[in-house]
Design a protein around this ligand. Structure first.
Ligand code: ATP
Length: 301
């Protein structure tokens, strides 16, 4: 029996040049047992429009074409709906897709054909949804500069990176976990549901996106040696062993932003909140996942 698939595309994500019609055609070829309905985001009231599309069609699958911002937009609209989500990684960096083991579109088709949908946690941060990574400091500053550029894509992101990383200020934060408070000084504080950025930098090695917990990671490199060593470890996957990194695992926490650092959630600038409260929702969504995800996560489901 033919099933229904709602294909949602953000036409401004990334710089891949794929049109809605081309993507629909690809989906029809690769998912021949689905009837594909294409809908493109507009940039205005998309959360309501997505819900409306979903209620009208009542699909068995929702495919999301875009980057982390688009996945977050669709997930937020469909929170609580019992429908599996598939990700077509068409954004600039696609960090969340990589955490799900979806490195390219081929992985997406394969995961759906193999029926590999798995439960994934979400973090609620001050009423916002975080599926991937949120952070104060260095990376948030970088995203803010990137957003101010007109051109999208990875080159703009990389262009600002070195300057921002080496010029980052140390800021103070108060972290409260289970009623215990500590003051932390860091160049960057990460709240991590996923394990890696879109660049492949493994900020949260050992962190699982389906274990009902999240990690807070404080990074405070000072010297050139610290930067070089920790950068190598970021890509090698053993940053947690480095002295510039301190990590905690929890179900909820509060962070007071004592010195007004910039904050971002899943690539979207939030501003400089005085404090944030973060709480995990275990298995909030079901996503189609790739082979890499199965290797790392399946035993903990
Ligand atoms: N047709 C459109 N025109 C303009 N803005 C749009 C349109 N559709 C969606 N948007 C906006 O795009 C944003 C989400 O996409 P965004 O590009 O930030 O993230 P992304 O999908 O992660 O892509 P990228 O990785 O390229 O940044 C939302 O703020 C949304 O309102």
């Amino acid at each position: 029996m033919t099933k229904k698939c709602l294909l949602i595309l953000n036409p401004i994500s990334g710089d891949n040049g794929i049109t809605g019609a081309e993507l629909k055609e690809m989906a029809e070829v690769h998912l021949s047992n689905y009837e594909i309905s294409l809908w493109e985001t507009t940039g205005k009231d998309d959360d309501e429009k997505i819900l409306q599309q979903f209620e009208e069609l009542k699909p068995e699958l929702v495919l999301i074409g875009g980057g982390d911002g688009t996945i977050k937009l669709v997930s937020k609209s469909l929170h609580g709906k019992d429908v599996p989500l598939g990700v077509l990684p068409l954004g600039s960096a696609n960090g969340l897709a990589k955490c799900l083991g979806i490195n390219d579109i081929v992985d997406t088709w394969e995961s759906i054909r193999q029926e590999q949908a798995h439960a994934v946690d979400a973090i609620h941060i001050n009423g916002e949804l975080c599926l991937h990574l949120a952070d104060f400091g260095m990376n948030a500053n970088l995203i803010k500069k990137f957003e101010q550029e007109e051109k999208r894509g990875m080159i703009g992101y990389v262009k600002h990176s070195l300057k921002e990383i080496f010029g980052a200020e140390v800021k103070k934060y108060r972290l409260t976990i289970d009623e215990e408070s500590i003051e932390v000084e860091a160049k960057m504080i990460v709240i991590a549901n996923g394990d890696q950025y879109g660049t492949g930098a493994l900020i949260n090695c050992g962190g699982l996106i389906n274990d009902g917990k999240f990690e807070v990671i404080a990074l405070n490199p000072q010297t050139a040696d610290d930067y070089i060593r920790s950068s190598i470890r970021l890509f090698r996957g053993d940053l947690h062993r480095d002295e510039v990194c301190t990590a905690w695992r929890m179900k909820s926490c509060e962070i007071v932003n004592i010195e007004n650092a910039e904050f971002q959630i899943d690539g979207e600038m939030i501003g400089k909140p005085a404090a944030i409260e973060a709480k995990i929702e275990k298995h909030a969504f079901r996503f189609y996942t790739g082979k890499d995800f199965l290797t790392h996560h399946i035993s903990s489901e």
